[in-house]
Design a binder for this molecule. Sequence first.
Ligand code: ZN
Length: 439
Amino acid sequence: MAASVVDRVVVTKVVARLEAAIRAARAPVAVRVVVAKRSNHCSQQQVCGVIIDPAHNNKFIMKQTILALIRPKLNLSQPEDQILHLIEHILMSPERQEKIGLDEKKFAKDIFSCSGYISELYCAEYYVVRSTAANSIKKIILSNRNNLCLDKVKLQTIKKILIQELDEEKTHEISLGEQFEKAIYQKKSPALQQPWFNTKKLIEFDVNKNNINKIFKKFNQPLMLFELSFDNYKIPKKIKIEKNLLKKKLKLIHLNHPYQSTKTASVEILIPMIFNSNDFINFDIYRTLLVDYDFGILYKKMRQNGFIYDLSINYNMYANAVQISFSCSKNKVYKVLAFIKNFMKAKQIISEKYLNLIKDKIATNYELDWGNISDSAPYYIKETLLGEFYLSPQEGIKKIKKITAKDINKFHKNIYDGLEKNSITVFLNYGRKVSKKVH
Ligand SMILES: [Zn+2]
C-alpha cells in the first residue's frame, strides 16, 4: 500500500481493519483494503471498504450500500419545477438532517455521505451508508419522506444560497449544454419543459411554508426507495420516467461556441437505440472494444492517425441513444467522420480470443470501481432508474461471462445500421457568436 498518500489516522484504521478481517476469517484469505478519496471534504482520505477474498470460495464482502429516494418530476408545471431545486436544498439541509435523526452522530458511525441532485427528469436524495446499518437508516428516510421540516429550516437563507449557486453555474459549459439540448430534443420533450437556470422566477417566488408545501405535495409522488449494494440491488417497484424525445429526420446540426475561438470542433454522433438489459452488458464490452485506452481498437487507430486525442462512447439514457463524442481540427471533420463510418462497416469486429481479454478487464472494472461509490453513486442511481437495468456489479460479472463474440458482432451490426439510417451528428464549432443553423 502506498502509505505516503494517506495520513496516520487512516493507516491506523487500515491496520485495525486488516487485523479484524484476518481474525474473522477461518480459511486462508487475501485481504485488500480500499482507500477512497472523499470528494466533498477537501483531500481527506478515508477507508471505505474492506474486501475479503478467501482463497478458495472467491466471496466478496462489500460494506457500502447506496440508499436512494427517487421523486420523478411528473406533475409539475414549469414555474413549479424551478422551485423544485429549492426543495432539493431543503431536503438535504443540515437542519432537516438533524431533525430527522441523520445528523452527526449517525454520520460519524454509519453514514459515509449524503447528497441530493436534480436531473432533467427526476430528483434523487441519496445516502451512502454502512451496509449493516442500511435497514435502520432506510426506516428513517422512509418515515420522513413527507417531512420537509419547514419549522426548522431557514427558507430565506436557502433561497439566497440557491440564487448564488445558479449565478455561478451560468457558465460557458451550461450555456453550451442548453444549446445542445435545445438542438437535439423535440420541443415537447420533458427536459425542454424545464426552464434552464431561470433565476428570475425564483427571485420573484415568495418562499413561505404554504407555497413550498403545496408544490412539495404535488411533486412528492410517486416516490421510490431503492437499495444498491455490490452483490444485490433491491428495487421495490418500477416508476415510469419519461425519456427525452430526439428530433426526427435530422442529419446535421451546427452550433457555435459563444466565447472561445480555436481551430477545433467538437462532434457528437447520436444513434437512437432502445437497450434491453442484455444490451447494457453488451455495450460495456463494445465500449471497451472501441474506445478504451488499452483495449480500444477504434481509439488507437484514430489517435495514431493524428485525428483525435480523446474518444468516448456512452449510452445517453435520457435520450435512448448511443453517443460517440470527440474533438478534432475543423478542417478534418468530414475526413474523420468518413474514417469512422468506414471502420464501422466491418462485419466481424471481435474474435473470441480478444473478447475473453475484454471480459476479464470489465469484470475487474465492476469489482474495483464499486470500492469508490461515493463518487459514482449518481451514476449507479441513474443507470438503475433510467436504464431499467437492475443488476448489481456482482450479478453483472456473472452475466458477462456468458457473452460470445457472435453476440457482440450482432450488437455492432445494429449500431452500424442505426448510424447509417437515423443518426444525428452535432458539430460544435468554436470561434463564432452563438447562432444555430439546422439542416
Ligand atoms: Zn443546488
